[in-house]
Ligand binder design. Sequence first.
Ligand SMILES: [Zn+2]
Length: 284
Amino acid sequence: MFRTESLPADLPVTRIRMARSFLGRPLHEVSAYRIGDLLVDSGPPPTARRLVEWCRDAMDYRPISRVVLTHHHEDHVGGAAALQVELGLPVLAPASAVPILAEGLRMPVYRRLVWGSPRRMRPEPLGEEVGARVEGEDLRFQVIPTPGHAFTHVCLWEPTRRWLVSGDLYVHPRVKYLRRIEDVWVHIESLRRVLALQPEVMICAHAGLVRDACAAIERKIAWWEGLAEEARTLRVQGWPVRRITRRLLGREGFFYYVSFGDFSKRNLVRNLLAGPGVAGAAPA
Ligand SMILES: [Zn+2]
């Protein structure tokens, strides 16, 4: 699946929606965004060709001068190598993601099946800021480290317009699954870091355009913290993690089985119970 849509007129941004299709249905959609002459993220590997074609056509009207990646995950970096090689676009990635992308991502089988394996590339490390020319105006996006979902994760923050380009930081207000290597408490800290900036609009790789960004971020923090509180109460009463998970979040879903338990509700509960500073931090 490959589809583009313009966001409302007050936001000169194009959303590029992409997914690998299976039996005619999109699997796990993700979005990249064109913001002026900046392309943020590049979708999964199966749509790389379409993305290159779209960018080539789009550049006949207005140039795209660089690609910025928010983190190293395959559904965000999949088109970057082709854009670099075929269109000569510079690719910028968080410094911690540069060696991973240069060596090639090592991924579990289920992730290769769902999203495909990205080609190796040679990105340049992102500095503290990245410029974008939007509607004839020069904007400066600050690069905000926001680990938790991935240790390489960054958001882009434009203080004049109060835009937050949030990659996978937000995704959904009530995320119920966690991969083993993720750290929900570090993720909550990152949410607080961007909340302190008081963004007006969040441009999310999964939820799309989120107005009233602060309220959305607060809801997400409250959901995880509330869940941690309830889990602790049951744990003190002697409940095992499996039973707490079933009670608070219900049965495991499709992705638990596809990922052999890597992507699970139980990981979330375990991590919430472990408290800050315990889990996560591995590069995958
Ligand atoms: Zn991700």
